[in-house]
Design a protein around this ligand. Structure first.
Ligand code: ADP
Ligand code: MG
Length: 337
């Protein structure tokens, strides 16, 4: 209804004017406050609308929270809690409840996935150089370097006693495979705590969590990138009212040597990247699970992925090593708005 029609109605039918105006006002979509920026070592975008308080204040607080999380989970800045744990020379070290919880989750997931997932591959990650944003530093290590790094890796070197953690054999924890997903969960909680009815989404480097459906109970449309295309080349779309979605792939941080692609996810048994899939996108109710799942799936391959997904209730879209798209049955439920 146009503004003119509202005006006309309100003049000629005064009694009904309130109703008409109400309908017009309540149908006006709330303004999404959108903020983009670099946080948590990646591109972040948050869209938020609430009738309680000021959306900007909440979103700014979310960005501040990402700074704090980075100061816990980024193992490659000297000030962070995880850096200090990694450099505690095998001594017991008290850690914060958040770091402890995420480490515990990662250890459970490592066992669950028969060691496909491993939160203590820091030495391997650093050796290949994929911890840096500078592609000049990404390199193919020698087999000897890799076998040496593996001797100082693996989650079995992580011991927990109460709120203390000890790292044996010089192992380094790297939570790069789940930290973004965990951060999604933290921000969704913040949004809901402010206002359970609030709506919007958080996108932390492609790990997306839905705060609530778009005004009018409309889903958010999310594209899945073609792993061999550019940023805007989508091979599928899903429509989400809630939940989280994350992608792992071989196309973000990679090098090609002698015609072979090496990238930033590693088979913990070999120290080399697996070649099961080009990418996998996962939908689940939890950000940390969606994130962890994809990384483990890249290593575990198709049969295990299928089994884990059934067990855990996750939906997936795989682009396999031949570029073929495989969607789980659950995934198909999200393809219609
Ligand atoms: P993205 O970096 O795009 O978020 P992932 O969620 O798959 O992709 O995380 C990849 C990161 O996980 C790597 O950069 C590394 O820090 C870590 N990692 C690599 N291999 C493994 C593995 N097998 N298990 C757990 N973490 C891993
Ligand atoms: Mg992951």
């Amino acid at each position: 209804m146009t503004k003119i029609k509202v005006l006309v109605l309100s003049i000629f039918t005064l009694a009904a004017a309130g109703v008409v105006l109400f309908v017009v006002i309540s149908k006006r979509p709330p303004q999404y406050y959108v903020r983009r920026g670099i946080a948590f070592g990646t591109n972040v975008q948050i869209a938020y609308a609430t009738k309680k308080g000021n959306a900007k204040v909440v979103v700014d607080a979310m960005f501040d929270e990402l700074e704090r999380l980075n100061e816990i989970f980024n193992p490659y800045v000297e000030s962070s809690e995880l850096y200090k744990l990694n450099h505690s020379n095998g001594k017991w070290k008290e850690v914060s409840p958040r770091l402890l919880n995420v480490i515990k989750y990662s250890l459970k997931f490592a066992k669950y996935t028969d060691d496909a997932f491993d939160p203590a591959l820091g030495r391997v990650v650093v050796l290949w150089g994929f911890n840096t944003d500078d592609p000049e530093k990404w390199r193919l290590p020698s087999p000897k370097e890799i076998s040496d790094a593996l001797k100082h890796s693996g989650y079995k070197n992580v011991e927990i006693d109460g709120n203390k953690v000890r790292l044996l054999n010089g192992a380094w924890i790297d939570l790069g495979a789940i930290a973004k997903g965990y951060a999604v969960d933290v921000l969704l909680k913040m949004a809901k705590l402010n206002d359970p009815e609030s709506t919007g989404y958080v996108d932390i480097g492609g790990d997306i969590g839905i705060i609530g459906p778009k005004y009018g109970n409309k889903p958010w449309k999310i594209g899945v990138r073609n792993p061999r295309g550019d940023m805007n080349d989508s091979i599928a779309y899903v429509y989400l009212y809630k939940g989280t979605i994350a992608t792992s792939g071989d196309y973000e941080r990679f090098i090609i040597r002698n015609g072979k692609r090496y990238y930033h996810i590693f088979n913990p048994r070999t120290g080399y990247s697996p070649d099961n899939f080009e990418a996998i996108t996962t939908i689940s109710t939890s950000g940390i699970l969606s994130d962890a799942f994809g990384t483990a799936a890249m290593v575990g391959g198709f049969d295990k992925t299928k089994k884990w997904a059934k067990d855990l209730g996750t939906a997936y879209l795989i682009v396999n090593e031949k570029g073929k798209v495989i969607k789980s049955d659950l995934w198909k439920d999200y393809e219609e708005p």
